[in-house]
Ligand binder design. Structure first.
Ligand code: FAQ
Length: 316
């Protein structure tokens, strides 16, 4: 064995021991190239989802039905921008730059969550996104607070706290509509009917078709499989839908004594694949809007860089 190979073996043993002991891997620690690449892939996709996810809801800021609702929605959309920033910063600790990641998003080489390619047709969609989309995000993300990579895990702690507030505001909004007039109740039900199945798709492909799950779970990046988290989400939502006085659009949804979980009907994976291929209802609109926002924000980045350069010199 060469000295370099022996060194790599020793480094890998330290990495494996840290994972086995549930210790955090930090930016300066040695890590396998594939571990680093997989983290960048997942964290970039996550960061992109946060900033693209601002669009469907921002669409309703000017039309929120009261000052209170408008203030809440503005705060929520700003929170999503903040989540994107924490996650891009966390990804940068792996040796990638924000510019590079944004470039990959804009050129379609990195993904963002399928859920944000659906339109927000009515005000009730803001409630359905909060309840279901943020609810699914929390179910997926709470275990990421225990991710083996330190900066990602720490970013997730704050993100999850904020997502919990988002989920509650969505629930409260839907409750108000559900208990309102007949037309408001129907609007809430229609939103839930449209957002339910796409929310289940947020958890990713079924376990037997998930390319990365096994490896990511061995590396303790992911702590649970896609199907486990999807089931957890369904189990949480059924009683909440009952309290809301709304129905989930799945005739096969029923409690299984045997499994101790709710059974649910088949997910339309063809639709999921089409959305990932760029053929969802809003894919083109979302990416066009994102590229435009990036171009229009160029002067802000230039000004910030100029200020930082000057400020840095002054401090030196
Ligand atoms: N959409 O092998 P797997 C939010 C891709 S944040 C698009 O199972 P993995 C906050 C996957 O990337 C929502 N692509 O992959 C908010 C991979 O493609 P690749 C985002 C998907 O990584 C709320 C391929 O399919 N949350 O909502 C999707 O083990 C309200 C094979 O899949 C996160 O990103 C999908 N749904 O598991 C903001 C959480 N599912 O990379 C605004 C962190 C899978 O080979 C308003 N991410 N793909 O090209 C994760 O936990 C994981 O990455 C999964 C996928 C669970 C999403």
């Amino acid at each position: 064995m060469t000295t370099m190979a022996a060194d790599a073996g020793a480094y890998e043993a330290v990495f494996d021991a840290a994972l086995a002991a549930d210790e955090r891997i930090e930016p300066r620690d040695w890590m396998p190239d594939e571990y680093r690449a997989s983290l960048v892939r997942q964290m970039a996709q996550h960061a992109h989802s946060e900033i693209i996810g601002m669009q469907p809801e921002a669409n309703w800021i000017t039309r929120a039905p009261s000052l209170r609702r408008k203030a809440i929605l503005m705060a929520k959309v700003q929170d999503e921008a903040g989540h994107g920033l924490y996650l891009y910063s966390a990804a940068e600790t792996l040796g990638t730059s924000r510019d590079e990641l944004l470039d990959k998003l804009h050129s379609g080489r990195q993904k963002y969550s399928s859920i944000f390619n659906y339109p927000t047709l009515t005000w009730a969609d803001v409630g359905a996104i909060g309840w279901l989309v943020d609810g699914a995000a929390i179910t997926n993300q709470v275990p990421l607070c225990r991710c083996s990579y330190g900066p990602y895990a720490r970013a997730m702690v704050r993100i999850c706290k904020e997502e919990s507030f988002h989920q509650r505001q969505g629930y409260e909004l839907l409750l108000a509509l559900s208990r309102g007039t007949e037309a408001q109740h129907a609007m809430a039900q229609d939103a839930v009917d449209r957002w339910w199945w796409p929310s289940l798709m947020m958890f990713g492909p079924p376990d037997d078709a998930s390319a990365h799950s096994a490896r990511s779970m061995a590396w303790k990046i992911k702590r649970h499989s896609n199907d486990e988290l999807r089931q957890r989400f369904v189990d949480i939502c059924v009683p909440q839908a009952e309290s809301l006085g709304l129905t989930l659009p799945d005739p096969e949804l029923r409690w299984s004594e045997e499994r101790g979980h709710y059974d649910f009907g088949p997910i339309d994976w063809d639709e999921f694949r089409e959305v990932l291929r760029g053929n969802g209802p809003c894919n083109a609109q979302r990416i066009t809007q994102r590229r435009r926002a990036h171009e229009e924000g160029a002067w802000v980045r230039e000004a910030a860089a100029a200020y930082a350069a000057k400020h840095g010199e002054a401090q030196a």
